[in-house]
Design a binder for this molecule. Structure first.
Ligand code: MG
Length: 282
């Protein structure tokens, strides 16, 4: 479809998206009673509940009793917008010159046919350039045929400021704890709905990230906030992060620079990425 038709369709969809978000929020608020408080300390990955309490929520991190996100079939076609004129293109399909490992070595992921692919054990990668508050577009694909289950299936992650993870996972036909699903703010907020496409199909994340702000003494002035569209469907609606994302833990905020690299996770699975660009928000 042409640009104008596409814009009209997006505009027409916005009220519906907003209504969907508020309905989802209500249902989130009405979710059933939480399970009995677990014993002190952290439980097991296969147990429930398993992690730290989440402030303002009924659930503990990675709680398997937390309801699964409702499935939504995203619309077609997959939008693969070209970068706007003021965007910084982080990956144009040709090379990883803008990326390093977290130790500063050359990024070891495969580049082929316009995409990059995680190469197991070469390590997570990060941009050379730092970013703060920003609009980010990322396209990713879970491996096909799918291998594994739960967290061991198409796992990677988009790390804003190398600290705050929007989960990448094959959640199409595979369950995990809700706050570890695709498009979850890992360990904090499940997506409002499950808008996953099949493994082997390109998927989009459009992310609006507001960096946390700290005062001169390192105290938190305002928390990080995230809005995420997964395949064009609103899945995170301006959520306030409780701090850095973590596995089974809820670490407190720790003052960090205003700009930090964007990270992509090597979780040992050959997840692919393409068409990554960012617009800084002043
Ligand atoms: Mg991950």
């Amino acid at each position: 479809m042409d640009r104008r038709t596409f814009a009209r369709r997006v505009a027409a969809a916005v009220p519906a998206l907003a209504a969907l978000a508020s309905t989802a929020r209500e249902s989130r608020a009405q979710q059933g009673a939480p399970p009995a408080a677990p014993p002190a300390g952290r439980g097991q990955m296969d147990g429930s509940p398993v992690g730290d309490p989440l402030p303002g929520q009924k659930w503990r991190a990675h709680d398997r009793a937390r309801p699964q996100p409702r499935k939504v079939v995203p619309g077609q076609p997959v939008p693969t917008p070209a970068a706007p004129s003021d965007a910084v293109v982080l990956f144009d399909g040709k090379d990883l010159s803008g990326w390093t490992t977290d130790k500063g070595a050359p990024a070891g992921w495969l580049v082929r046919d316009g995409y990059m692919e995680v190469v197991k054990k070469t390590g997570s990668i990060q941009t050379k350039q730092g970013f703060g508050s920003s609009q980010l577009h990322v396209e990713w694909m879970a491996p096909s045929p799918a291998v594994g289950s739960d967290q061991d299936r198409g796992n990677s992650g988009v790390f804003l400021m190398n600290t705050y993870e929007v989960q990448v996972l094959d959640s199409y036909g595979s369950k995990t704890y809700a706050d570890g699903s695709a498009a979850a703010i890992y360990g904090q907020y499940p997506p409002l709905v499950n808008a996953c496409r099949k493994p082997g199909e390109w998927q989009t994340y459009d992310i609006v990230f507001h960096a946390p702000r700290f005062d001169d003494r390192g105290g938190l002035v305002s928390p990080a906030r995230l809005t995420v569209f997964h395949n064009g469907v609103l899945v995170q609606d301006n959520e306030e992060l409780t701090g850095p994302t973590g596995h089974k833990v809820r670490p407190p905020y720790k003052a960090h620079p205003d700009k930090m690299p964007l990270g992509l996770q090597d979780h040992g699975h050959p997840v692919r990425y393409r068409n990554i660009w960012v617009r800084e928000l002043k």
